[in-house]
Design a binder for this molecule. Structure first.
Ligand code: PBG
Length: 324
């Protein structure tokens, strides 16, 4: 006549719910991806990511100070160069925008936060691919690796504490580790974008970095249909010396995140990407979703699935909401 089990007992008021809550999101878990545009005197809005901008060097510094005072765990920097070429030479130029901005941030907040840099050529190439191309237009893995090695060293010299190789080239973590070690940057860590999918959810990011890409990245990023392959990618990155591994995107790949978190013996990150941001913001703008609740629920679910660290464009704002 009476139910013998009553899970509702542990939900009956806020105090008991607080006591038994399994998953927390704290400001320190969140990393803010930021864009800096060469030559910009004012921040430039990104239409498909309302609330996110391409920063000028000045506005980047200010926004970084704000994010750090909100308590975020780190910053991940992307550069938008004024000029691009076939080999992405702006990426390895110490005076390229990403490296200049790293030096700015290093001086401003370098001792108060973890400074990370996206390590990839796509923002710097005129064809928009993550590496250099063969005559037939495919991305040349091993020639690209050489450039990644150089890029890592320049980023470390410019103040990056962590480099984030995101190009999905085979062997990238090993080559980057070797070049960092050989140049005195043994302490610079590698956050490997291990399981990165050829995802439609990166759409708005193309606006964010003014990407020139024609075609797709299916010869180097993973097929969304494959889960097992993600475990192999993470294993390889760990064998090559990754200090942390990442799954990207996050919300449509929580199963992959759970699988990797179950076996990795390093911290695991997940990247809530541009399309995930745009999707929620668009629904909020229509009055269809409650912004703060939806954002926090999305972050909680990514943490619940196993992410120690979450990269999210809401990092600074969510950190303010979450401040104890
Ligand atoms: C490559 C890179 C991309 C993103 C992060 N690093 C673009 C891509 O691989 O197509 C996507 C991030 C996002 O969509 O928020 N430099």
């Amino acid at each position: 006549m009476y139910p013998s089990h009553r899970p509702r007992r542990l939900r009956r008021n806020a105090a008991v719910r607080r006591l038994v809550s399994e998953t927390s999101v704290e400001p320190r878990h969140l990393v803010l991806p930021m864009f800096v545009r060469e030559g910009a005197s004012e921040p430039v809005p990104i239409p498909s990511m309302p609330g996110v901008v391409q920063h000028s060097r000045d506005s980047l510094r200010k926004a970084a100070v704000e994010a750090v005072s909100a308590g975020v765990g780190g910053l991940m920097l992307f550069g938008v160069p004024a000029e691009r070429d076939a080999t992405g030479s702006g990426a390895v130029d110490p005076d390229g925008i990403l490296n200049v901005a790293l030096r700015d941030l290093s001086a401003e907040v370098g001792s108060d936060t973890v400074l990370m840099a996206d390590l990839c050529l796509d923002e710097f190439t005129d064809h928009g691919h993550c590496g250099v191309l063969d005559e037939d237009g495919t991305v040349d893995n091993d020639r690209t690796l050489q450039l990644y090695g150089e890029m890592a060293v320049v980023q470390a010299q410019s103040g990056a504490h962590v480099v984030g190789p995101s190009g999905m080239m085979d062997g990238q973590v090993g080559v980057i580790r070797e070049s960092l070690d050989a140049t005195g940057f043994a302490d610079t860590a590698i956050l490997a974008y291990s399981a990165k999918y050829a995802s439609a959810f990166f759409g708005p990011f193309r606006d964010a970095v003014d990407s020139q890409l024609q075609g797709d990245r299916k010869t180097y990023q993973q097929d969304p249909a494959n889960g097992r392959e993600a475990l192999r990618e993470a294993d390889l990155d760990l064998a090559e010396g990754a200090d942390m591994v990442m799954v990207k995107p996050a919300m449509s790949y929580l199963d992959v995140l759970r699988d990797i978190a179950g076996v990795a013996d390093v911290p695991v990150a997940a990247y809530q990407v541009s399309g995930e941001y745009a999707m929620i913001e668009a629904a909020v703008a229509n009055g269809w979703l409650d912004r703060e609740r939806t954002v926090l629920e999305s972050l909680t679910s990514i943490r619940r699935a196993g992410a120690d660290v979450v990269l999210t464009y809401w990092a600074a704002e969510a950190a303010w909401w979450l401040r104890a």
